[in-house]
Design a protein around this ligand. Structure first.
Ligand code: FAD
Length: 402
């Protein structure tokens, strides 16, 4: 691959960076303060910031060029460094309408939605007027093997009836969360990978009961949040099914490739910020008559962090490039590699930064504890590390036996 970014990407990187410096960094802690003290309320400045980003043309940048008119025309490789810039402030992606899980859901609707589904749900999502959630994981089964999912989706005349229990449904708590993509079984007797389907469920449908919000390391991650949700005889029109019965796995494959690039690049941005903060911190403190930056052990930790970040960045760019040029199927090993490598790398780098900040590192005066929680959770979300290693190991052995 060519490691030089295109002119278009470089120009957008400069604009996203300038936008963040002018509008987002100054509000970073104010946002944390507000959301901590006002659970499930939207930070009052968000809509103003979204309008500024939209007017500046920094909007929906994530949707790859293959989506034609819907897309601002970037490849995954061109968008990747923009996601890293956004990742420096944990809440900033929503300002550019580039935040999970909406990005994955928009991509599903753009790729698989009918014109009517797109008009009803994709348009308001792309305009930033509503938010969404993706409901796959279930409390009663090991959901890292998605064939275990038990929620039933049963045809009844011109409707489907849905019954099941979901949890870790990110975004459900957001007051603007209006549409869920639900995965469940339409045919439990079919061959394993065609039992599942995905269906659109409006959040206000009768029988959709939000049981409770879930905390991640004690925090609500408000206003998006994660929830446990009961689906009790939920009836939706048959037209709400995506593609057709049995397509759930095929859709999931398409959803997760670019989504993992986004998560990983945001995490790389968080690690970039942690490196910046640790360098500044050690240069301003003195212990035992010596600047902390002068200690060899500290310099080693900083050097290792820089190496770790650059290795992870290059691997992630290689995965983005492979998706662009050969498609998600061909890129699956590289996508598994980044999902294994990047969240752990960010945990490690952020942990070093926390240590170098002393007590301040675990408190609310830096973004470090939030970065660590985010990176740690991503080692589980979208498939735990072990599952990606299990599949990558299997593929690697196969390739060596060819
Ligand atoms: C912050 C957060 C946000 C999330 N957001 C969403 C969301 O929006 N929508 C959604 O549907 N889900 C979401 N999830 C759920 C997430 O995708 C699941 O938690 C994940 O897939 C694991 O499923 P599980 O929790 O059922 O764990 P299990 O499947 O029970 O696995 C538990 C552990 O078993 C071990 N294990 C499993 N398989 C193997 C293997 N092959 N080899 C070795 N060890 C193995 C691993 O250590 C694994 O972590 C989110 C989770 C978190 C933490």
């Amino acid at each position: 691959m060519n490691f030089e970014y295109t002119e278009k990407s470089k120009e957008l990187q400069a604009r996203v960076d300038a936008f963040m410096k002018e509008h987002i960094f100054p509000l970073e802690y104010d946002y944390f303060e507000f959301t901590e003290n006002n659970p499930w309320k939207v930070y009052p400045e968000i809509e103003r910031l979204k309008k500024l980003a939209k007017d500046a043309g920094l909007w929906n940048l994530f949707l790859p060029e293959e989506y034609g008119k819907l897309s601002p025309g970037l490849t995954n490789l061109e968008y990747a460094p923009l996601a890293a810039l956004m990742g420096r402030v944990i809440w900033s992606s929503q300002v550019f309408n580039c935040s999970a899980p909406d990005t994955g859901n928009m991509e599903v609707l753009a790729k698989f939605g009918t014109p009517a589904q797109q008009e009803k749900w994709l348009k308001p999502l792309m305009d930033g007027d509503i938010r969404s959630a993706f409901l796959m994981t279930e409390p009663q089964v090991a959901s890292s093997d998605a064939t275990n999912i038990e929620t039933s989706i049963v045809k009844d005349g011109d409707e489907y009836v849905i019954n099941g229990r979901k949890w870790w449904s990110s975004g459900v708590m957001h007051p603007q969360s209006k549409i869920y993509i639900v995965m469940g079984k339409t045919d439990p007797e079919a061959q394993r990978h065609v039992q599942q389907s995905m269906i659109l469920v409006p959040a206000d449908t009768e029988g959709v009961n939000v049981i409770r919000p879930l905390r991640v390391y004690g925090t609500y991650e408000s206003p998006e949040g994660h929830a446990e949700v009961e689906l009790n005889n939920v009836r939706v029109p048959a037209d709400n099914l995506l593609v057709g019965e049995g397509s759930g796995f095929a859709i999931a494959q398409g959803r997760l490739g670019p989504g993992r690039i986004h998560h990983c690049m945001r995490l790389i941005g968080a690690a970039d910020r942690a490196l910046d903060l640790m360098c500044k911190r050690v240069a301003e403190r003195t212990t035992f008559g010596k600047q902390v930056a002068q200690y060899s052990s500290i310099r080693q930790e900083i050097a290792k962090s820089r190496c770790d970040i650059e290795q992870a960045r290059l691997l992630t760019l290689a995965a983005a490039d492979k998706i662009d040029r050969f498609g998600i199927k061909e890129a699956k090993d590289l996508v598994a590699m980044i999902k294994i490598v990047v969240p752990s790398m960010t945990c490690k780098v952020v942990d070093r930064a926390i240590q170098m900040h002393g007590g301040m590192g675990v408190g609310q005066d830096t973004p470090l504890s939030g970065f660590w929680i985010y990176a740690r959770a991503i080692r589980i979300a979208d498939g735990p590390d072990e599952v990606h290693m299990y599949q990558l190991g299997r593929n690697t052995i196969k390739q060596h036996l060819l």
